[in-house]
Design a protein. Structure first.
Length: 74
């Protein structure tokens, strides 16, 4: 949950999400721990991490291509 709070904080202070890199994990030590769930419930086991790359925009920078990557003000 802490990663999600850091992500939201970065958006609130003005950073823009430039990339979300998904890194697949192979030969993970938790694979054996979940193998019973895979067999029992047809569970799909995908181990991965997200690496968020943020951009601090300049004052006059055009962010129209990143319009869905900014914080939403409610």
């Amino acid at each position: 949950m802490n990663d999600r709070l850091n992500y939201l904080f970065a958006l609130k202070v003005g950073f823009v999400l430039k990339e979300d890199i998904i890194m697949a994990r192979h030969h993970c030590k938790y694979t054996e721990r979940w193998r019973w769930k895979v067999k029992k419930d047809s569970f799909c086991l995908i181990m991965h991490d997200h690496l968020f790359v943020f951009l601090k925009p300049r004052a006059a920078e055009d962010l129209s291509r990143l319009r869905y990557s900014r914080a939403i003000d409610y």
